[in-house]
Design a protein around this ligand. Sequence first.
Ligand code: SAH
Length: 347
Amino acid sequence: MVNITDYTIEELEEYILSIGEKKFHAKQIFKWIHRVGVDSFDEMTDISKSLREKLKENAYIMRLEVLQCQVSKKDGTHKFLIKLSDNNAVESVVMRYHHGNTICVSSQVGCKMGCKFCASTKNGWRRHLLASEIEGQIIAAEKYMNEKISNIVYMGIGEPLDNYDNVVKSVKLINCPEGLGIGARHISISTCGLVDNIRRLADEKLQATLSISLHAVTDEKRKEIMPIANKYSIKELLDACTYYIMVTGRRISFEFALIAGVNDDEETARALAKLLRGMIAHVNLIPVNEIVNGQFKKSKPQDVDRFMGILNSSGVVATVRRELGSDIDAACGQLRQKYLDEQENNK
Ligand code: SAH
């Protein structure tokens, strides 16, 4: 049995030909699966009964199940716990902004990167998500909410550029006009900085926004909180960013999680301004979510303001990320963590 949901139109065309049918059915089937979101072949009313029967014998439509959805009373943020077909679970979060709904999708079950402040990495890595499982989070959330989603950020569980092929394929599935039809300009891919794959991504010429999780301005400090810094230096990372901007013409976002006493001082702010000056960049400041054993504390609001002020007055555009869903544990990895703990307790 093949997971037909994971096929691009081109792959679906090949598949349809391989079962002895006419190529044009591929687009029809793709629309039913990705745009209409049907759960069964029988709902594909413009396809002959005999082809539907043949499809049923050879293929299945993979859907994800919403296990739980918490809705913030404060701002309407929806936080989903989503079950994959092998019983693993990932999280997706839908945030309501005035310009539309943004979904934060997961790209892996767990994460290998080991960032010290991040909940997603605590139980290690289990597997990559398929392209259809990444896109499937959007379809599941749209159905559940009965609302459209217009923007996608790859900032849920996992490191997108560690699951490179499936992530790039998922962007293509999401872009496809016969499917969700969401343009790459409405998609942001976030990475802790896999330099080689940032360069590869630039060469795909996808027009997606790249977000870099920087969080420190010296290699020494970055190594303390992000193991990936042992592999690539900040200089190598920024060189790859410059390449990305050169090839795509797209601005880069830098994420900077402000941790009290670790990276929120004036000197760091000045050094960050110096590092990014002249680059087409935007800095997102995020007071760190306190999750891991209380080891990392949020910066004080006045320190956040001071940090932002230094960047802005040095000509680097910086904003503080508005905190959404603070009443429902919306920070990545926390809900899955609870689910894992519960499974453990039920054994
Ligand atoms: N692996 C990718 C994408 C997932 S994390 C990456 O590293 O970019 C999405 C963003 O949330 C990253 O910028 C990450 O560093 C940040 N993040 C993780 N844990 C956090 C926490 N406790 N507080 C604030 N930001 C956090």
